[in-house]
Design a protein around this ligand. Sequence first.
Ligand code: UDX
Length: 470
Amino acid sequence: MRIAVIGSGYVGLVAAACFAELGHHVICADNDEKKLAALRRGEIPIHEELLPELLERHRNKNLTFTNSVPDAVRASLAIFIAVGTPPGEDGEADLSFVESVSREIAGAIDEYKVIIEKSTVPVYTNEWIKHVMSLNGLSHGEFDVASNPEFLREGTAVTDFLFPDRIVVGADTVRSVDVLREVYRPMTDGSYYSRPNAIPQPDAAKVPPQMIVTSTKSAELIKHASNAFLAMKISFINAVANVCESVGADVEQVKEGMGADSRIGSRFLNPGIGYGGSCFPKDLQAFRLVARDFGCEFRLLDEVMAINEEQRQRFLRKVRRALWTLSGKRVAVLGLAFKGGTDDVRESPAVAIVQSLLQGGCSVIAYDPAAMDRARHLFPNQAITFENSAYDAIAGADAMLVLTEWEEFGALDLDRIKSGLKYPIIVDGRNMFDPEIMRQKDFIYYSIGRPDVVPDKKTRVAAAAQKTRT
Ligand code: UDX
């Protein structure tokens, strides 16, 4: 199959590399010349596991890059649109990139093509794309528009793509469904998974994946509804965590009990400082607004967003409780990315919390295993410095805050942390540590939805005296 992918952002680049991995001929088009040159040299603009390997395998062979949308379109049967759909001023998805790319595609079509939305778009976008095609003189029969939403998560994007729970194909004609079946055939017939050099199967993956064929509008809705549901799960457990704090229960135990019910499931029930990233915040807003445009008030989503915002404020109140006043305090921050395993800081709750700390007069010493380069420019001329390890960041700090769920934070040597900190205070926004161990090690430890660990005064005085002596 000859495939064009328009847009080499997260979704576009991963999709292009994975289609090439499936054995297709892929042309990836983008208007950013610098990015294209870097990709042709094998340099990858994002931190994403397995993507370098795939690019190395297929770059300049069955995966090529171009700045010409018309060239990519003419060379291909399936045209995937994977350009950005950022939030506009009022929160609605800004579809101007989708529109301009659609116009370019329309101008280049010389024989039957299937145009497939891969970017997350509001329901009815396919109708607009069809409209643009007609306005540009194309008639039915020369093209079809389909929707094939992508459910990949940053950090595990390649395995999410190649080992999905499901492949959703929204298409209104048999001809376009057949093209998409062909694109995914190496996955649905299992042949990809039996190749000796296939990307290794993650433990929980079921192969071959099922393909769900729906109408185009249903597929568009599946994407928004899935993201909104996952965000709702996170806000739900965060609200439960708050109740746990009020009544003295432990949200991790509640989560275990809830998650064991197979109707609920334990995934996406991790309490914390709220969800961030380039998808959930923008998709919830966009879904809320598109529903309203069609006369449906989806008020539940307002509450999901409000709980998410409140979660950051609650965390900041915890920091104040731990430190009393913020002004003049030296605070070590572990984690800036919106989640572990990525260098992405877009809509990161960690960044928002650091901004509030700086406004409150703290000086911040930050460490993140991957996101520091991206985060640096977000804090121009502010009282923040960056260190190359967690141990360097905590040296002499009044407290350590954990803001991103990087696995390496859970494996830190707590004795070393304790001797490096000025005071043994940890405020953990991701429940990375076991409160019992923190109690044994005489930390003052605040986490989410679990009782605070505050050693009694006698132990603390003895520990402080010990520290002064050493
Ligand atoms: C999400 C969807 O998971 C994916 O299907 C879609 O295609 C794009 O949006 P992503 O934004 O990469 O993927 O991150 P995800 O792993 O879903 O996490 C989103 C946010 O929720 C992060 O800030 C994360 O820290 C937070 N989160 C996630 C929690 O707070 N608790 C959880 O249990 C899970």
